[in-house]
Design a protein around this ligand. Sequence first.
Ligand SMILES: [Zn+2]
Length: 341
Amino acid sequence: MASIEEFVAALPKAELHLHLEGTVEPTTLWKLAERHQTPLFHAGRPALENLYRTEDFTGFLEAFKTVCEHLRAPEDYERITYNALRRLAEQNVRYAEIIVSAGVILWKQQDLRSCFEGIEAGYQRARDESGIRAQWIFDAVRQFGTTAAQAVAQAAASLRDRGVVGFSIGGDERQAPPELFRDAFAYARSAGLRLTAHAGEAAGPDSVWSALRVLGVERIGHGLTAAADPRLVDHLVEKQVPLDVCVTSNVKTGCLSDVSCHPLRNYFDKGLLVTLNSDDPALFGADLNQEYLLAYRLFGFHPEELTRLARNSFLAAFLPPEDKAFFLALFPDATRSRVTG
Ligand SMILES: [Zn+2]
C-alpha cells in the first residue's frame, strides 16, 4: 500500500509544457549572477529571492526576463538543461518536450546554434545518468513580430535532425493574435515540424479557434478559456486535440482568480485529451508531481484517473507511434500498487 505521494512519484510521466528558462531555481540564478557579475548579483540575494515571489503576470514576466538575461554562454544553457532534466528524472518523468525561448535568444543576438549545443550537452549528461529522453520546441515571442517568428521557425527547421521537434508561439496573446503568424506556421509545417501554440491563456476562446483553424496547431498550450465556448469544447473533444493544462501557472500569472474555478475536472469529464504540466516550475513553486497531487486534492482525481492523465501525457506527445507504445508499456507494473489515504 502506497501513499498518494508515493503513487504519484512512481507514475511514469511525460512533461509536455515546460519552459527551459522557467526551470532555473534561485540557487542556479545566483551562481549565474555571480559568474557574470550582473546587477542582480550586486543588488544581493534578497533582491533575487524577491523575484521568485511573484503573484501576477507582470511579476512573472520580470522574473522570466531576468533569468533570460543571465543565460549568456552555451555553458549556462548546459547547466540549466542538465538541472532541469535531473529534476524531471527524480519525479519519474521519462520523457519531456522542453520549450526553448529561441525568440529571446535571437532577440539577445546570441548564436542560437552554440546555445543549442550547450542544451544538447546538458541533455546528454542527464540522459547518460537517468535514461530520460527529451525533444525541444522552439518558441517565438508574439510581441517580437512576424519576421522574428519566421526566424525562429527557420532555426527550428535547421535543427530538426537534432531533436527540435516543434514550433510554437508564446507571449502576450492580446497584443498579437494568431492570424499574424499564419506564414511562420505554414513554413514550419512544410519543414516537417509539429505545431503548438499558447492559446486561450490570457485571451478568450477565439484565440484557440484561430490557433486551430488559421495556424493548424496540433496541440493547445493552456486552453483555459475554451471552457467559455461549449462549441469549442465539443470540437476539442471530437478531434481529441490535446490541451497542455498548467493549473498552478494559471493562478500564479493571475489568469485565474481562484484555483477552484479551473476547468480541469470539467474538461476531463467531458472527454478532452488533457495533460498536466508545470510550465515554469521554479518560478511558480510547483513541480509536475505537485500538479498531480493538486488534481487529486482539489479536483478529486482518484488514482485511476491520475493514471489516465499520465497516459495522456504520452499519447499527446510529439513522438512516433512506436515510442508512444514503448512508454505506454511502462504502466501496468508501475501502477499496480494500491493507494492509501
Ligand atoms: Zn507556457
